[in-house]
Design a protein around this ligand. Sequence first.
Ligand SMILES: [Ca+2]
Length: 292
Amino acid sequence: MKFRYFLWIPFFAIGALCVARESNIERDPLVPGEPYTEVMPVSEYEFKMAPIPGGTVEIPDPDNPGSTKTVDVSPFWICETETTWQMFDPFVDLEERAFMLDLPIDPDGITGPTPPYVPPDQGWGKEDFAALTMSFHSAEMYCRWLSKETGRKYRLPTEAEWIYACTAGGKSVIKPEDLDRYAWFAANSESQTHPVKSKEPNAWGLYDMLGNAAEFCIGSDGTPVLRGGWYALGADEVSASARVPQSTENLNKWLEKDPQIPKSKWWLAGPTYHSFRVVCEGDSEIKTAASE
Ligand SMILES: [Ca+2]
C-alpha cells in the first residue's frame, strides 16, 4: 500500500458514511423571496442562499457581438459566497473514498473528480477560501451532486442571473474608485485569493462577486464563461461586465500545464483563479450548458 493511502485511513469511517448513508438532515420547503441556510451532508457545514427577485437585465448578445440585449430573469436564490473548499471537498473526496472502501461510486450517474495533479488550493489555505482550479464540467457535476445530496435544484448561474445579481438588478454598479471596499484585485490581493466575506457585500448582500476568484457561468450563447474578474487583474478588468469565455484558445491555455494524457476533465492545472458559486431555482429543472 502506498504511503499516501495511509493518510486516508482516518477518513474511512467518514467515507463510509459519505458514500453509503442516506442524508437525515431535515430541510424545510423553500419560501419564495426568503433567504435560507443550506447544510452540507455529513459535515453539516452551512452556507447562506440569498433570494433574488425577478426582473430584466442587459446581457451580451451572442448574435450581435459587441452589443447587448434585454432578457427576463425569474426569481432564484444565489449563494452569498463563492464555493468554498468546505463546500467542495466532500465532492472531491467521494471517488477516492469509494475506491478505498470498495464501494459503488456512481449509483446515480454522478461521479466525483479524479485526484488533482497539483494541490488545487495553491498552498494559500482552505478554510473559507474559494475552491479553485476546477473545470466547468467539474463545477456542473458538483451542482448535480449537491442537488442529489440535498434534494434541492442547484446549478451554475446563467450569465444573465450573475450580472443581475452582481448589479442588484442593474441598480447598483460598483465604481472602480470604490473597488477596494468590495473586491480583492491586483491593487490589494498580493497575488492570491483571500477568505470569502472578508470584503463588503454588494447591495443584495453578496460577497466577492467582483474579484477574488473568477466565477463560471452558463454564457448567453450556452457555453462556459468566467464573470467578474479575479485577484490578479487591475480595476479596469474587475467589474460586472468583466467576461472571459471558455474559447478553444483559452481552454488550451488553462490546460497547458497538465502533463497527463488525456488531460484531466476535472481540474485545470495551469490557472489559479477558476471557481463558481451556486444558484438554486426551487422546483424548476436543472439547467446545464448542454441543455441550454
Ligand atoms: Ca468572485
